[in-house]
Design a protein around this ligand. Structure first.
Ligand code: HEC
Length: 134
């Protein structure tokens, strides 16, 4: 085999390997957020099924959220109603948590990530999840 054709074969192989490596990277980068959301969904649903956490969340809600979002009896399809099954910014537990953490400043929803300790965030989302259909 001539030296040049060996070189060509080697480069083709190399390019193929790089392409495979890049597609694996692309797939895993794409899958990563969904995987961590799945894990977080499970954790939050477990918290929802833990009465002590829900109780703590109810108190957090009353202290910090009720002034804007109303109490449990609030009805009607408003973006600020957190007790119905309609979610405008994502219905998954991890998405409800993200809405809480990041807020929607331009709409008047504060970002709670710097104010709330993580266990309070978990608890308040767990409390909200108790109103959702299972
Ligand atoms: C100062 C008023 C205010 C307070 C306090 C507040 N919120 Fe909000 N929140 C809003 C507003 C307004 C919206 C609607 C944003 C929009 O129009 O997109 C909202 C939206 C949300 C959403 C998204 C609802 C959806 O349909 O997707 C979640 C979740 C949420 N708030 C959780 C909380 C939690 C938890 C607390 C307490 C820790 C809290 N909020 C405290 C004003 C507030």
């Amino acid at each position: 085999m001539k030296r040049s054709s060996l070189f060509t074969e080697f480069s083709v192989l190399l390019i193929a390997l790089i392409a495979i490596a890049l597609s694996i990277l692309a797939i895993s980068a794409h899958a990563a957020p969904a995987d961590s959301d799945n894990k977080r969904d499970t954790e939050l649903l477990t918290a929802r099924d833990t009465p002590a956490i829900v109780k703590h969340g109810k108190k957090t809600y009353r202290d910090l959220c009720q002034s804007c979002h109303g109490d449990e009896k609030v009805t009607g399809d408003a973006v600020s109603n957190l007790f119905d099954s309609k979610w405008y910014h994502g219905a998954r537990p991890a998405e409800i948590e993200r809405s809480t953490l990041d807020g929607f400043l331009e709409k008047g929803m504060p970002a709670w990530k710097d104010a709330l300790p993580p266990e309070d965030t978990t608890a308040v989302v767990a409390y909200l999840l108790t109103f959702q259909k299972r």
